[in-house]
Design a binder for this molecule. Sequence first.
Ligand code: HEM
Length: 234
Amino acid sequence: MPVFPRLVALSTVLFSSVFLTACGGESYTSAELSAMYPDISATSTKPEDAEILCPFQRLLKRSGILDDAIEKGSFEIRNRTLTAAAEVFGCTSVACGSAISYASTAQGNWRTIELDRLHEAGLLSHNCGLQFDFGGITVSDTRRAATLNRLAELAVDGRLVYEDLMTVKQETCDQEGVDMTVFGETEVKLIYAYLGGPERDYIEYSDVDKFFHATMPDYKATGYVNVSLIGQVQ
Ligand code: HEM
């Protein structure tokens, strides 16, 4: 893409995120994000990037919001651009920005992160995946389906509570023979927080299914995912 349109596209992402933050508490709704980024709507057939182990970042990549900032065939992106995109999708620059900067440094990069190397992101990485196998570096359809099947068994009227997610996570760690890490647990909290658990006291099983397939869930948190919201998950 020529330089000028690329700059315009990047400044739109940066402007949207600064504007949203300045406007305070509410982030875009699922419906708004699906309309803005049809590639992640429920009817989209765009493939996901199985190399990206984090479902949130896979969603961002599939949405197209990063397209102007990532070279074709590459997964490397500037921390600042990814942080701004994460904010558009409802995660504050403090919460997601710190994770991005940490992961970037742990990968040995300077101000960029490689989305296909999240298994090499220091303490954020672990071997107890809900969608990837022990030591796996891409999403495993088998593991993801097993996780979703187990969650479907635990769901009541299609709804899940935080303990259900933790039960499946713990069963997976036990099966792999690894201890659950603090960050592994935090990721479970992030799913529950992002899908609106703290405000509704449940999340929809179908939304976890969508989220794990890099598709916009039907419901997401009204406010931003930040340290305080994650702290409310229990
Ligand atoms: C934008 C900042 C973020 C960074 C840098 C980040 C990074 C990571 C990393 C390094 C992993 C572990 C990969 C591995 O162990 O090999 C991971 C997994 C995960 N992330 Fe993120 N993440 C971010 C934001 C989020 C958000 C906002 C959510 C939820 C809304 C989320 C949900 C998850 C989940 C559920 C997993 C576990 C995947 C699995 O077990 O299969 N992440 N992330």
